[in-house]
Design a protein around this ligand. Sequence first.
Ligand SMILES: CC(C)(COP(=O)(O)OP(=O)(O)OC[C@H]1O[C@@H](n2cnc3c(N)ncnc32)[C@H](O)[C@@H]1OP(=O)(O)O)[C@@H](O)C(=O)NCCC(=O)NCCS
Length: 174
Amino acid sequence: MGAATIRELPSTDADARVDELVDLLLAVVADGASINFMQDVTAAEARAFWQRELAGVATGGTTLLVAELDGAIAGTVMLVLAPQPNQQHRADVAKMLVHPTVRRRGIGAALLEAVEHLAPRRHRTLLMLDTEKDSAGERLYASHGWIRYGEVPDHAHLPDGTPKATSFFYKSLA
Ligand SMILES: CC(C)(COP(=O)(O)OP(=O)(O)OC[C@H]1O[C@@H](n2cnc3c(N)ncnc32)[C@H](O)[C@@H]1OP(=O)(O)O)[C@@H](O)C(=O)NCCC(=O)NCCS
């Protein structure tokens, strides 16, 4: 298996890749990550999620970056532009997902660096995100200079129903 390639997936290509996106999301939930879904999530629900996100990609409000290994999608991250007229400098980083079988080889870091590189090109210099407390994601963001500004206890449930705190981060690129 070679190195991962990070690239923007344009909406024109995304529809043909939605099965891979569904498989990735289901694998990450099955592995126990808190990413808004419970363990009984169905492929149809995962598909509906991605189709909503891809509608945002089509209108330009969302950019989807994918990590490809041997041409197959192994990871994702999205840059979601804040729509508020008074926050045109801000964006959310969302759905940072790496397939459980290819973790701890730098794909998450490469996706994060790519989305941080992209944001100023979309005129966004303040990035925000939230993630499960004490997770690999939390370590990844902290190691890339993100500021953890708080946590909310019992904010979300793990796929198995266990309540878990969520940590909130921001990073200024200005
Ligand atoms: C968070 C997540 C995206 C990280 O993806 P990843 O590809 O494993 O990330 P990286 O490989 O860049 O870094 C993760 C760890 O691997 C380590 N690592 C990176 N390359 C490595 C290598 N070649 N050998 C050994 N370890 C390595 C990093 O130092 C880091 O270590 P740490 O967890 O002890 O801090 C992944 O764990 C994931 O998808 N989690 C579930 C979803 C989630 O919670 N997403 C975030 C919130 S939406």
